[in-house]
Design a protein around this ligand. Structure first.
Ligand code: EPZ
Length: 418
């Protein structure tokens, strides 16, 4: 299996371009299946999860062309509404194709995405919402067979939790609903706004995206459109954590400042400085970061769960004790034992609270990535550790970070992929 080798100790300096957002690209590529005709999607990151989404689009009959970071998809010949287990298994977020296939065909047959490294990740909110939209769902043998025999109904859908995926599935299914769909307690993440922006270009009328109540009125016919995906706020925070771990000053171009509003205060509390020059973030780290008393992950606009692991990596060497509470996923501390192998002093209480006693120094070790963001955290820690670190199972990282070792090499890190 491929691994990443890091010789820590080099402060980072230089500038890096920020990739397009994985968590925006995936639902938008699903929306391509719901829109008839040609869509052109720019700033689509080169990630294994994106490749998996494109395979699903080809499986249902779309014609796909990839030119650098642009995807040209012609869905006019799409004629299947089943996604085989092998493709569903390639990435968790394949469940968001459910709503798109229902909108296009009134039918969808997918396999349950199943849990993944960070928790059970049930889909009850998705299924309850779709049933409220008049979708009949039968679950048999790990397959979900969904049918809107009398068509999809709009109406009021209230979510008990602002689930990102459930909000996206409702938005997609509502593209062929009778009447207006109103989603209450909707997720407010920037990726929801980006999906709404694409669907509006395809002809839908959507108001309130990014707020807790979204109103959706579908067009007569959803047709393909051209769209540029927003940049990836989590990868931006990954570069920030790498610089905070290794020390130094970096520039990250292509950031969207307001998307970093929930993240910047945590880095500033740790003693880092952030300035913006248009869409360029200038980020400066102290020689040793300070502890951050308490961090709690929350739905947007709270501190993002996807930045939890990388911030923990940064705080492993902080002056003082930091407490990180993970409120979104029940198994999102799998990077802790790996960081402890590097000399970190972290204990987990009640499964959701990590107490991080900052140590003077981390040392290189052989560690294993267990999930995408945990793997990124190990790379961040390795950059600031003394000696050589080998990170294994890096396919997890490749799901969401485009060629992480190339970006970090450009910033002066001694890192390579084997
Ligand atoms: C999206 O996952 C992101 N993935 C995740 O990023 C991100 O961590 C998460 O939103 C929260 O921001 C993509 O966008 C592809 P949720 P999603 O539904 O939609 C529970 C990464 O590293 N829940 O908001 O799966 C669920 O178990 C990934 O890029 C139910 O109980 O997140 C979790 O505890 C990881 N029932 C919480 O809600 C449901 O039906 C948040 O889940 C759905 C969710």
């Amino acid at each position: 299996m491929k691994k990443i080798i890091v010789n820590g100790g080099n402060p980072l300096c230089g500038s890096v371009d920020l990739q397009g957002s994985k968590n925006s690209a995936l639902p938008i590529l699903a929306a391509v299946a719901a829109a008839d005709g040609i869509s052109v999607i720019h700033n689509c990151p080169d990630l294994t999860d994106v490749t998996a989404a494109l395979k699903i689009l080809e499986h249902i009959g779309c014609k796909i062309k990839r030119e650098g970071h642009t995807v040209i998809a012609d869905s006019s010949c799409a004629n299947r509404f089943d996604i085989p287990e092998s493709l569903m298994r390639e990435m968790r977020s394949s469940i968001v194709f459910l709503g798109a296939l229902l909108a296009r065909f009134g039918n969808a047959s997918v396999s349950s995405p199943g849990g993944c490294e960070i928790g059970l990740r049930p889909i009850d909110l998705h299924l309850n919402a779709l049933r409220n939209m008049n979708v009949q769902i039968s679950e048999r043998g790990g397959r979900l067979n969904c049918k809107a025999a009398q068509g999809i109904n709009g109406g009021n859908i209230s979510l008990s939790f602002p689930s990102v995926g459930a909000t996206e599935n409702i938005m997609l299914a509502s593209m062929s609903a009778r009447g207006e769909t109103v989603v209450t307690n909707a997720a407010r993440e920037p990726e929801i706004i980006d999906l709404a922006s694409f669907l509006q270009k395809c002809g839908a009328k959507i108001s309130g995206a990014g707020q807790s109540v979204i109103r959706i009125n579908p067009p007569e016919k959803l047709t393909g459109a051209e769209h540029t995906i927003i940049s990836d706020r989590i990868v931006a925070s990954t570069f920030m954590a790498c610089a905070a771990s290794a020390g130094g000053k970096i520039a990250v171009s292509g950031v969207i400042r307001e998307h970093l509003d929930p993240i910047i205060p945590v880095f500033e509390a740790a003693g880092c400085e952030s300035d913006f020059n248009g869409r360029e973030l200038i980020f400066k780290a102290p020689s040793r970061v300070s502890r951050v008393k308490s961090i709690r992950t929350m739905p947007y606009p709270g501190f993002p769960t996807d930045s939890q692991a990388i911030v923990m990596a940064m705080l492993a060497k902080a002056k003082g004790t930091s407490v990180i509470t993970e409120k979104i996923f029940e198994n999102r501390f799998r990077h802790v034992p790996e960081l402890v192998k590097m000399g970190a002093d972290i204990r987990v209480e009640d499964g959701c609270v990590a107490v991080v006693e900052g140590v003077e120094e981390l040392h290189g070790a052989k560690v294993t990535a267990c999930d995408l963001r945990g793997g990124s955290a190990l790379v961040a820690a390795a950059l600031g550790a003394a000696g050589k670190t080998v990170v294994e199972e890096i396919h997890h990282i490749d799901r969401g970070c485009e060629a992480i070792e190339k970006s970090l090499t450009a910033l002066g890190a001694d890192i390579k992929r084997e």
